[in-house]
Design a protein. Structure first.
Length: 91
C-alpha cells in the first residue's frame, strides 16, 4: 500500500445513511453541508468531492477549446477580453 492509502469502515444505518469517517472527509476536503458524488464503475464505487469532480469534468471538456478558438497566446486572450468588454460597454 502507498503512503496515502488506507482502509476505513462505516456502518450502514436503517435508512441507508453512512457517516463518512473523519479521515476520509479530510482527504476529500469536505465539511458539513458540502456535496459528494458517487461514481459507480461495475461493482466498485468511488466517493469524490462534487465541486472538485465538476471542475475536473469541465476542464476535461474544455481541453483544446482555446486553440480551436484561435487563442494561442496571452495576447490573443487579452484582445478577446478587451473586445468583449467593449461590447458590454456599448450595450
Amino acid at each position: 500500500m502507498s503512503v496515502n492509502a488506507f482502509v476505513d469502515n462505516a456502518k450502514v444505518m436503517a435508512k441507508g445513511q453512512v457517516t463518512i469517517p473523519k479521515d476520509v472527509r479530510e482527504v476529500l476536503g469536505v465539511t458539513s453541508g458540502d456535496r459528494i458524488s458517487f461514481i459507480v464503475e461495475g461493482k466498485s464505487v468511488r466517493i469524490v468531492n462534487s465541486a472538485i469532480y465538476a471542475m475536473q469534468l469541465l476542464q476535461s471538456e474544455m481541453t483544446g477549446e482555446a486553440e480551436r478558438a484561435g487563442l494561442t497566446s496571452d495576447e490573443d486572450v487579452m484582445a478577446l477580453v478587451k473586445e468583449l468588454r467593449s461590447e458590454d460597454d456599448g450595450e
